[in-house]
Design a protein around this ligand. Structure first.
Ligand code: ADP
Length: 336
């Protein structure tokens, strides 16, 4: 048994990893591995909550796993959610510890159901999308995680997770679940460069996210066309410029960051110069990741087997929790 604090985080297998995912969460995943006992999931059950294509779902699951390894996540810490079906079982139990009213207030549900309406011709909004935060609570609590490194967009879901844990503990008369806390990076919210009023997101469409593994030319083009001013009068720095500074700092270009910050204060900042430095920073990071990804591509079969094995290992922990939960809640179990 390890005495290290536990960490859980997850990402959806919907398209490629973007710099919002990376700077907002995944960069932290990599750093935290040294100090904590970490488990990181690719949550394919979650990806079914929006209209999706089954063949693509499986392809994306493997591809995001390869991407995570390429940016530095340890294979042994990774699992595929559907290989640990106990998540779905615990989610059902948690449905009974979560109020309908609280779920209806989730802003991500409101945003994503709006996107579903815009995208799908039949405007289908699944009950899975509504129950998504309950499954997320199961993802976290099943490993009794102390900390959850996520972007700021997940704050409300974490609050709900703690509420479920509290209600559960109260009902069973035992402090069984730890109340998990969020861990934010220096850039908890990366905005879309095409529209700095909304967050960078895969689900919002092509121009609203910059793929970590994109061609150099594409990254440069997306940064070059980043919106800096909306034409409306703003007090202080505009959201677009602030976002570019965040990206610059996060990509590790500290000197350029300090220098351009001073230029901004003196009123001599050229947006073209800021954009060139941001592009340089992102392209530099991306090149390292792409090299590692090329090596992974050569060894796919072996890596897939390693991920299946790590999922089976991680599943043992989940099974232990579900067994105890069934005992505590009066459900049938092995000793029944
Ligand atoms: P998406 O919102 O693009 O569908 P996911 O829901 O799979 O991405 O999120 C995976 C992780 O990335 C989560 O921890 C989430 O908080 C983080 N994340 C996603 N978008 C951003 C963003 N724009 N800024 C910061 N973190 C983000």
């Amino acid at each position: 048994m390890t005495s290290k604090k536990r960490i859980l985080s997850a990402i959806q297998p919907t398209g490629d990893m973007h710099f919002g995912n990376y700077f907002g969460a995944v960069q932290n995943w990599v750093r935290l591995q040294e100090q904590y006992d970490c488990v990181y999931g690719v949550v394919d059950y979650h990806a079914m909550s929006m209209p999706y294509n089954p063949k693509k779902l499986r392809e994306n699951t493997w591809s995001i796993l390869f991407n995570l390894i390429a940016v530095g996540v340890d294979v042994d810490n990774l699992f595929i959610q559907s290989l640990v079906p106990e998540h779905a079982e615990l989610s059902w139990i948690f449905n009974c510890f979560c109020s309908y009213g609280q779920l209806s207030r989730m802003t991500q549900f409101k945003d994503k159901s709006q996107q579903s309406k815009e995208k799908a011709t039949d405007a289908f909004i699944s009950a899975g999308l509504f129950g998504y935060p309950v499954l997320q609570a199961a993802d976290i609590l099943i490993y009794r995680a102390d900390y959850v490194p996520v972007g700021k967009d997940q704050e409300q879901h974490l609050e709900l997770t703690r509420n479920i844990a509290e209600r559960f503990n109260k009902q069973v008369g035992k402090d069984y679940f730890v109340l998990p806390e969020t861990l934010y990076t220096e850039v908890p919210k990366v905005m879309s460069t095409a529209d700095p009023a909304r967050k960078m997101s895969k689900s919002a469409g092509e121009k609203h996210h910059i793929n970590v593994f994109a061609d150099e030319a594409r990254i440069r083009k997306q940064i070059k066309s980043a919106v800096t001013d909306t034409g409306q009068a703003t007090e202080g720095m505009s959201a677009g410029v602030e976002n570019l500074f965040s990206l610059l700092g996060a990509s590790g270009k500290k000197e350029a960051y300090e220098y351009l910050r001073t230029c901004y204060q003196n009123g001599t900042l050229k947006y073209s110069e800021l954009k060139a430095e941001v592009a340089e920073g992102l392209v530099g990071l991306s090149a390292v990741f792409k090299d590692r990804k090329a090596a992974i591509e050569q060894d796919k079969k072996n890596i897939k087997n390693q991920i299946k094995a790590s999922s089976a290992q991680i599943r043992k922990r989940a099974q232990e929790t579900v067994k105890e939960v069934k005992e505590l809640t009066g459900l049938a179990n092995v000793r029944f």
